[in-house]
Ligand binder design. Structure first.
Ligand code: EPZ
Length: 442
């Protein structure tokens, strides 16, 4: 597809202002939650990204009437929720992982659910064992077939006590979306507490759910017999904001990200400062945001580990590594959330970076992937002069980091498969143009 290639003339700083909207990883879950209400829900600031389209398609297949004003305000009317065929669902589910979260809401609404084979980025095995174990404890019966999962709940769904082996974001959402209407109390231990999860809890609370977040990753849900629709303005996309921040750093530029929120990015901002970047927070309820810029001088190497919240997010890792190729000294990155999230560094090496990946845990804490043959630690030697190359987008965040590298490199690069970036970055072509990037399709 010729239009799926971006030709990038790099080597110039990105400067200007862009805006981020609702967080993809909250918006898509809040959309699933609309199935649980008896009345319509209203969601604002919905970004035009592929994952949102996939969830919209799946909701419509199940009878939810979806309308939008073309400017990010959506209304979801669940009055006529019904069954969709496995074939239709398979066609629509595409490359997303969100369909697994339809289990609880569909079981509550219809008494059965079909979940297709899941897609998503190839950054590790990405099993769904925690999801299925939790659903079974709620009382679901899961039948695995070649085409997907068939679920029923012959005796209804009942509150339960469940401890996650690891604070998985998706499995925590699964328990929330199922527990809110299960009969009785559910206690989830070792839950994920990412800002997107807290915002999903706010959505569910607006719907009438009773959810308590205790200390030490314990969430308690009192099931209720029915829920109403909600009206919600989501938190903004801190993953996208950090990506543009790293683009500013790697290209020696200056980008103001309207909509970026300090409170969700505190850990990122600490790292950004340590490496030599600078930022200014603009507090304003209307057009607040954060200005991220390279203040001049040399960037500094550092050692970080990715972790669950409040640690340094795994999705911030890839764009940061591009900036670290420009830092003086040896940086160490220990990826502890996904076992195969460093594959994108090969392409950076072909552009002149010096990045060596290791199977060992090169961080303070041994992680789940140590001694298991996964190349999940990286040492980055810098600064390196990056030069142009032809690149193929491997996954969403790795792909964006390739784009940043092409923008930082001298010369003309061709980035193939850029449509994948639209899974999580709204209007990135237009934003690149607003930042003065010289890039064109084809
Ligand atoms: C969410 O994925 C995000 N995706 C990811 O962002 C993000 O990287 C991740 O959370 C961590 O913050 C969405 O919200 C759509 P997990 P999720 O369950 O929920 C293991 C992006 O680019 N695990 O927290 O799928 C798993 O293999 C995406 O926007 C099990 O072993 O992540 C991983 O090692 C990429 N069994 C770890 O837990 C399970 O049943 C964390 O995964 C579930 C997870």
């Amino acid at each position: 597809m010729p239009n799926d290639v971006l030709t990038v003339h790099g080597g110039a700083p990105l400067r200007g202002e862009i805006k981020v909207r609702g967080a993809k990883n909250l918006v898509s879950k809040a959309m699933v939650a609309t199935l649980l209400g008896d009345t319509p829900s209203r969601l604002y600031d919905v970004p035009r990204v592929r994952d949102v389209e996939v969830v919209r398609g799946l909701l419509e297949l199940h009878g939810v009437r979806v309308s939008d004003d073309g400017n990010g305000a959506f209304v979801f009317d669940p009055a006529n929720v019904g069954t969709a065929t496995a074939d239709e669902i398979n066609v629509h589910a595409g490359s997303s992982r969100i369909p697994i979260l339809f289990c609880g809401p569909l079981l509550h609404r219809l008494g059965h659910a079909f979940i297709p084979e899941l897609g998503g980025c190839h950054i590790g095995d990405r099993p769904i064992d925690f999801h299925l174990a939790a659903l079974r404890q709620f009382g679901a019966v899961v039948d695995k077939t070649a085409g997907g999962l068939h679920l029923t709940a012959p005796s209804g769904l009942h509150g339960t006590k469940f401890e996650l082996p690891y604070p998985s974001v998706g499995a925590t959402e699964q328990v929330l979306l199922t527990g809110v209407r299960a009969e009785g109390v559910t206690e989830l231990r070792n839950a994920a507490v990412e800002p997107e999860i807290v915002d999903l809890i706010c959505v569910l609370q607006k719907m009438g759910a009773v959810i308590k977040v205790h200390t030490d990753r314990v969430i308690e849900i009192e099931g209720v017999p029915s829920l109403r629709g909600y009206s919600h303005r989501p938190i903004t996309d801190r993953l996208e904001a950090a990506s543009w921040a790293c683009a500013a750093l790697a290209t020696g530029g200056d980008i103001t990200v309207r909509g970026a929120r300090q409170v969700d990015m505190m850990t990122f901002l600490n790292v950004f400062t340590t490496v030599g970047g600078a930022f200014e927070v603009h507090d304003s309820p209307v057009d607040g945001g954060i200005r991220f810029f390279h203040p001049g001088g040399e960037l500094r190497a550092l050692a970080i580990e990715t972790d669950v919240h409040p640690g340094f997010m795994t999705d911030w890792q890839q764009p940061l590594v591009v900036a670290l190729t420009q830092a003086r000294g040896l940086s160490i990155v220990h990826e502890t959330v996904y076992e195969r999230r460093l594959g994108y560094t090969d392409a950076l090496n072909t552009m002149g970076a010096t990045i060596q990946v290791y199977r060992d845990c090169l961080g303070g804490t041994p992680c789940r992937f140590g001694r298991r043959n996964f190349q999940h630690s990286a040492v980055i030697a810098g600064p390196s002069k990056l030069h142009a190359a032809d690149l193929v987008i491997p996954d969403l965040r790795g792909g964006f980091s390739h784009l940043i590298a092409a923008l930082a490199a001298e010369g003309t690069s061709h980035v193939f498969g850029v449509s994948l970036i639209n899974r999580g970055y709204e209007d990135f072509d237009a934003k690149l143009a607003d930042l003065g990037a010289r890039a064109e399709r084809g």
